[in-house]
Write a protein that binds this ligand. Structure first.
Ligand code: HAM
Length: 421
């Protein structure tokens, strides 16, 4: 007997009926994004490693510890994408999209890879739906994006959502904040983990998102970015908050909000959910502005904002729904001539848009009807030699148990009528 090979740790199979739920979340998100003028972009799942190092930041958990990095056959270092923004902006710059359009709104959906410690809601392969809006510096689009996401989560019936908004400042005011934070952290270095101690001088903001309990305790009372915003960044944030209030979108200003990626400037946001199924990983989506990234990746100076939502977390947070049946109609054939007729008839009904199953294994009609039942079919169409010569079929409603004869030529329209009613 062959040795059993299992899936890679932290990478999950999505079995039916969860595949359909996942697809439904993506479909609903697509519809919402398209209503807001976003169009789909598809970029590779693998990029040259320096792209992520430069975009996400060298001194981040994501780049230091979580990337799946390996040499290509020609020796160049490749990485599985840990997130979608870097690839999207690489494509935007590579194809000089800014020359063709002043404002670009892209969305994407697909798998991302992070070598994290796995737990509920945190996996090594997971799926995101994300979007990037380029070319708009004005705060109106920040508020619009947050509003769209609050509405999307409501459409998906995700309970207990909470939107938090902050600002990380810009190249002008960030240094002052960094200095304040470094000053706060230095006397507390002893209480921090080794990584955080190293980061005090290299990238103090990252100390704020260390997950170790000792570090969380030591950084209590750390200064907030909101206290050191320059007048322009303050005005930008006030405008975002003002728009959200005007749109009656509930949100909290939270200066302790930190994001795990280095490219953010000004507005950042996260939305959490309160479903018990989420466990400790209750952040459903996050994003923010990254006004300097396009230029850092070799493009022109183009302001931008984006978000990404974790599909697996949405699935955990969404209420369970009744599983959809695999078929609407089940064809039961008695005898070889009827079998031939039913495979042809199934093809006709399927072309008419019905979900149709039959049992190629044939056998006892009672057993075939039991299979129809377990496939979740509402109707059974029964045909034997008598029906074939009469040009009719027995149509049975499995829900009511009612059965009647109808002409074969009326089957498609009659079934479509019954199923739409
Ligand atoms: P992020 O906060 O790293 O942002 O990830 C966004 C979302 O992806 C999280 O809120 C979470 O729902 C989901 N997620 C992240 N890691 C995992 C994991 N290991 N397992 C399951 N779900 C996970 C970004 O990725 C940015 N690219 C968002 C962005 C776009 N910012 C600007 N544009």
């Amino acid at each position: 007997m062959g040795e059993r090979i299992q899936a890679v740790k932290g990478m999950n199979d999505v079995l039916p009926p969860d595949g359909a739920r996942l697809e439904r979340v993506v479909r609903t998100s697509r519809r919402m994004l398209e209503a807001y003028g976003y169009r789909e972009v598809v970029t590779p799942a693998v990029e040259y490693t320096p792209l992520f190092v430069r975009a996400v930041g060298e001194v981040t958990d994501l780049v230091e510890k979580e990337m799946y990095t390996f040499p290509d056959r020609d020796g160049r270092s490749l990485s599985l994408r840990p997130e979608g923004t870097a690839g999207a902006i690489r494509a935007y710059v590579e194809h000089a999209v800014h020359k063709a359009e002043p404002v670009t709104k892209w969305y994407y959906a697909g798998p991302m890879f992070r070598h994290e410690r796995q737990q509920r809601g945190r996996y090594r392969q997971f799926h995101q739906v994300g979007a990037e809006a380029l070319g708009v510096a004005e705060p109106g689009i920040d508020a619009e994006m947050i509003t769209m996401l609050v509405d999307l989560l409501a459409t998906l019936s995700v309970p207990g959502t909470r939107a938090r908004v902050s600002s990380l400042g810009c190249a002008g005011c960030r240094p002052a904040y960094r200095e304040r934070l470094t000053g706060f952290l230095r006397p507390r270095a002893e209480a921090l983990c080794e990584d955080c101690r190293r980061r005090i001088d290299r990238n103090p903001l990252r100390v704020l998102d260390c997950k170790k309990p000792g570090c969380a305790a030591a950084r209590a009372g750390a200064p907030s970015t909101l206290d050191v915003l320059c007048p322009e960044c303050r005005a930008h944030l006030d405008a975002v908050v003002g728009d959200l209030a005007a749109l009656r979108v509930a949100h909290e200003l939270d200066g302790t909000l930190v994001r795990g990626l280095d490219y953010y400037t000004r507005t950042t946001f996260e939305i959490t959910g309160d479903a018990a199924e989420l466990g400790a990983q209750n952040t459903l989506l996050g994003g923010g502005r990254y006004d300097a990234l396009v230029e850092e990746l070799g493009g022109p100076s183009v302001p931008a904002i984006g978000f990404a939502m974790g599909i697996e977390r949405i699935l955990l947070a969404m209420p369970a729904d009744a599983p959809a049946p695999a078929a609407d109609v089940f064809l039961v054939a008695i005898g070889e001539a009827a079998r031939r007729w039913s495979i042809a008839q199934a093809r006709v009904l399927r072309a008419a848009g019905l979900r149709v199953e039959l049992d190629h294994r044939g056998g006892n009609p009672k057993r075939q009807i039991r299979r129809a039942d377990s496939a979740g079919a509402r109707f059974v169409v029964l045909v034997g030699d008598d029906e074939l010569s009469a040009g009719t079929a027995a149509l049975k409603d499995l829900r009511s148990g009612e059965q009647r004869e109808i002409p074969q030529s009326a089957l498609a329209t009659e079934l479509a009528r019954l199923l739409s009613g």
